[in-house]
Design a protein around this ligand. Sequence first.
Ligand code: SAM
Length: 195
Amino acid sequence: MPFSQSCENNKWPILNILKRVFTEPALILEIGTGTGQHAELFARELPHLQWQPTDRPGEHELCQQRLQEAQLPNVARPLPLDVLDPEWPVSGADGAFSANTLHIMGWDGVEALFAGLGRRLPHGGCFCVYGPFNEQGRFTSDSNARFHEHLQSQDPAMGIRDIDDLKTLGEGTGLILREQCPMPANNQLLIWERR
Ligand SMILES: C[S@@+](CC[C@H](N)C(=O)[O-])C[C@H]1O[C@@H](n2cnc3c(N)ncnc32)[C@H](O)[C@@H]1O
């Protein structure tokens, strides 16, 4: 079964934040679900949420076996969703979550993601995004700088995003940065709110 060690390491600290953000019954759209380790834990520990896993067509079935075996009543069948597609297979959601995706998709993908969520989240709806981020044009650690170099050597479109650039993007798409939560291993969880 597909497995990610980094998911295993970060899922509990992320859960602690999601617990206080998503307190009411809600449909949560996950972008770039990957192995489904996050979806499984968060749906199990937050049973008041309906979890909708998605990933790029072809990748979206990676999590299928894990989630099927988990037999959680509040996890929907994973849907194919590439944020760059003009049509998304979901018309709306109350909130959204994504981990370790913004440095993998190109900047055009990041723009499409913010625009897509800006159109689909209700006012007050939150988007929680986890990963490594730069601040004021600087890496927050040497390991993040090395990681960025590694990503760029694979594909120059990939790379760690700067929170200031994301804020500018958010302003244009109706998503305001509400909170920046430091996380282990030089990562952060950013909480955006639809205004
Ligand atoms: C490093 S993996 C992270 C997977 C999982 N969220 C995790 O934390 O382990 C990056 C994910 O981003 C997804 N992704 C990349 N570009 C995307 C796009 N344009 N639309 C939707 N998902 C995308 C990939 O398919 C992959 O599942």
